[in-house]
Design a protein around this ligand. Structure first.
Ligand code: ATP
Length: 513
């Protein structure tokens, strides 16, 4: 298996299919664009990631509670939130290839290519000079300065065009930068148009416009409209948070990056309600807390970075992304947004109901400010899967496919093998399985040689394989083989439960936070 980034991505997709992690939706009908199904192992991994998020956000915080709001909401919700009028992406078509692109993405990719050129210059210089000072080099090198100025001028112009909603100017930027369609190679572009990303359907009788409802494009609004219900019934004191996980739907224009950008996906969001004026402190707090959460997965510090938003959404006074190094480069994994009091105030205006908090310390009512953390479960899944999939060279020239998932998230925590299918070994193995399966998802396998069984468990990320042999019948011990080190040790059967609990339970991961 090649480790070139473009090949890694292809491998992730084929590995997902081959081992039952992810299938194209309705595949027997040739699939549905940007919609995917999770198979038997994918569903387990996804559930474990969701559980880890939920436990760390809700269970570990006494001032955060979780809810489960409906996908359908009163249509006025989306008027109030701004989604009916402003949840648009600027799209542009190439007339030759007939391919559709997000105009903002074309420009951002152009900028990131210039950034790559700068990084290459810095790397080259770093190799040439001892005691190399990268900051000084960036400030003084003529070529780098030129690149930097180019980036500055594009981003300033682009930011202004976005803020003014000036679609002609966005097209002009694409023309001036001589951006070509990656498929046709031509610059034969249509005008830029706005495209609303919400899916709509109708409730009850079909024809009247009043019955149009939307499939929620984000889970956050379900939290905002329930803010007062939760605050009052839960007697919550500010600062406090409301979390939820659930499906969201967006009619994405560019949807060809596997589960990175889907039309139906799952979000895990938390809205943290704070006293006005304290939001920047909380924004910084959640930036740090969420980055630490990602680092706790052990995929490597170098895989993450922050990216401040060029253009703030209509509701935000500060916003950044935690980006992950996907096989196709650094891209947004999670958003952290200081949403001010925009949403609650809008819902007050549109519903005519007060959504305020009585602060006993100030003896005063106010609409709380909100800091949001919003991560896509599917993107998180992809980040974990793609960072864990490796081809390892073994001694003797052999290779193995290894999925080094964080043990607590692995679909199976351990696999049990009877060495042979006779002499009472399967029965012994099944007895062990019965005692462990109440706490952990376990696999049982008695087919093929043990070597082949190890390979299969390595490829699906099972952290431990437990082999029952003839000695087990005599002294009640088994061999436990570690997925990552391939080291085997002999353990008493009675010690297995503790052994696994310490290494593969979600608690073991939560304790690292
Ligand atoms: P992007 O710029 O990539 O379209 P966004 O800024 O619109 O994302 P948010 O509205 O901030 O995304 O949504 C929060 C999170 O939800 C994102 O960080 C991402 O992980 C996830 N997400 C958003 N859109 C999709 C999608 N189409 N498919 C999968 N996950 C998504």
């Amino acid at each position: 298996m090649s480790q070139k980034p473009e090949d890694l991505f292809k491998n992730v997709i084929s590995h997902s299919k081959e081992y039952g992690f992810i299938f194209p939706s309705s595949e027997i009908y040739d699939g549905l664009s940007a919609v995917y199904d999770y198979g038997q192992l994918g569903a387990e991994l996804k559930k474990n990631i969701r559980d880890y998020w939920w436990k760390s956000m809700v269970q570990l915080h006494e001032n955060i509670v979780g809810i489960d709001a409906s996908i359908f909401m009163h249509p006025t919700t989306w008027k109030a939130s701004g989604h009916v009028d402003a949840f648009n992406d600027p799209l542009i078509d190439n007339k030759d290839s007939k391919k559709r692109y997000r105009a903002d993405v074309l420009i951002e990719e152009h900028v990131s290519k210039i950034e790559d050129k700068i990084n290459k210059e810095v790397e080259k210089a770093a190799k040439r000079f001892e005691n190399f000072d990268a900051v000084m080099f960036r400030r003084t090198n003529a070529r780098v300065k030129e690149y930097d100025e180019k980036i500055q001028s594009i981003t300033t112009r682009f930011k202004k065009a976005l803020n003014d909603n000036n679609l002609e100017e966005i097209k002009q930027i694409i023309v001036d930068l001589e951006i070509v369609c990656p498929i046709s190679g031509s610059r034969n572009w249509t005008d830029v148009r706005q495209f609303n990303l919400m899916f709509s359907t109708s409730m009850g009788s079909v024809s009247e416009e009043a019955n149009t409802i939307y499939l929620r494009p984000e889970t956050a609004q379900g939290i905002f409209v329930n803010y007062l219900n939760v605050q009052k019934t839960g007697r919550m004191k500010i600062p406090f948070g409301i979390a939820q996980t659930g499906k969201a739907f967006r009619n994405e224009i560019v949807a060809r990056q596997f589960i990175f950008r889907m039309r139906e996906f799952e979000q895990m969001e938390m809205q943290f309600f704070v006293k006005p004026g304290t939001e920047m402190e909380w924004y910084e707090y959640w930036k740090k807390a969420r980055l630490n959460w990602h680092l706790s997965l052990g995929l490597g510090k170098e895989k993450y970075r922050f990216h401040d938003h060029l253009k703030l959404a209509h509701y935000a006074n500060a916003a950044c992304d935690i980006e992950h190094d996907f096989p196709f480069g650094f891209k947004e994994l999670e958003g952290i947004h200081s949403r001010t009091d925009f949403d609650l105030k809008q819902h007050e205006t549109f519903s005519g109901k007060k959504l305020q908090y009585f602060d006993p310390e100030l003896n005063q009512n106010y609409v709380p400010y909100v800091v949001e953390t919003s991560v896509g479960l599917d993107r998180l899944f992809l980040s974990i899967l793609s960072s864990s999939l490796k081809e390892e060279q073994l001694e003797g020239g052999d290779t193995r496919t290894l999925l080094s998932l964080p043990p607590a998230l692995a679909p199976y925590k351990a696999a049990i093998f009877p060495l042979v299918k006779k002499d009472g070994l399967p029965e012994f193995a099944e007895r062990i399985m019965t005692t462990l399966k109440f706490d952990h998802q376990m696999a049982y396998d008695e087919k093929d040689t043990v070597g082949k069984r190890y390979r299969r468990q390595d490829a699906i990320g099972t952290p431990f394989c437990i082999t029952v042999d003839h000695q087990s019948l005599e002294d009640q011990t088994v061999t436990v083989r570690n997925r990552d080190t391939m080291v085997q040790e002999r353990l008493p059967v009675d010690a297995l439960a503790n052994f696994l609990n310490e290494r593969v339970s979600l608690k073991s991961l939560l304790l690292t936070l």
